[in-house]
Design a protein around this ligand. Sequence first.
Ligand code: PLP
Length: 399
Amino acid sequence: MTTKSAFYDKLNADLDALRAKGQLRSEFELATPQGAEITLTDGTKLLNLCSNNYLGMGNNPEVIEAAHGALDRYGYGVAAGRMLCGTQDVHRRLQRVIADFVGLEDALLYNSCYDANGGLFEVLTGENDAIISDALNHASIIDGVRLSKAKRYRYASCDMDELEQSLKKADAECSGIKLIITDGVFSMDGLVAPLDNICDLADKYDALVAVDDSHGTGVVGATGRGSHEHCGVMDRVDIITGTLGKAIGGAAGGFTAARACVVEKLRQTSRTYIFSNAVPPSIAAGAIKAFELAGEGGNARTALLEKTSYFRAGMRAAGFTIGGEGHPIVPVMTGADDVTFGLFKEVFANGLLVIPMTFPVVPRGQGRIRVQISAVHETTHLDRAIEIFTEAGRKTGVI
Ligand SMILES: Cc1ncc(COP(=O)(O)O)c(C=O)c1O
């Protein structure tokens, strides 16, 4: 039997080992709201190109006003799960707004998209069913899928041949439903999943299609509805999960949108929905306003995509290798871990906050600095970021 003192010693030894390798992560402590320029509590001023604040709503006055109004009207918290006495009209209104925005019949509000994914697969699939999952899907999908008794299949990211092989295998090995699950936008690459091809295969093999569009909702598609709109398959995707913690206000909350019967089944049996407190009313009201702005926000979205193209072009012209396409996630490819950390440290020392991504978050040898463009960035911010990158890239030998 492990003693308590040995248990704590082991934890400390594990943390010391990470510290020794320089891999102990720490958080930057911000003293200011989310924005293009931020200040840390130690007074450091940084240019911020690493938040998911795509549409700049994290500090939008109209969203803040809507949240204030709900705080005054409904109070601070509901102190109950939705099924107890934690459902207010504002929660129901938000669910309607979500369903209409993504173009599905109904929606259910969770505390986060992690919860939405955590409470999805166990409800919809059982031991005779098959879940076919993209290899680069988000951790919350992987964890949610683990809770289901369904047989699991994994295909190389966006590889339609492998997806088809998995569907064939699932047909041979399972008697129940087949469910394909993919991220709408892959957050390490800024790539939109080929949902048109995925839907074609789903039709061919009579499978359901579920999409986690956390990085797509409000950002991609002609009217910002998400990656299903971007790929021209708005009426062919069965289930969409998403977050209210990125483009749509950036506070908290997640959702699952689907046919009414799916949503009702989740409401009745999804454990992360039933056994968790309701989203605070102020957040729900802020999210309603954020959806309204995202729906009207053609100009903000167009400007965001123009700024993204501007940044990509500037970085390419400077000699960097840039991954992805068509999304404000801009991966600056660096390769080996020491190169990635070297570039990161140099740009950080010059006042630019971006995040280094190394193994195991990305495949070994495919390190990168992830840059995220936001509607709050002015051209001057982007020029400054390109300048800092260029100087640091030359100094560290990346370019
Ligand atoms: C693809 C994807 N799914 C789910 C989540 C989790 O969202 P939330 O922060 O609402 O739990 C994230 C957030 O990082 C994400 O990128």
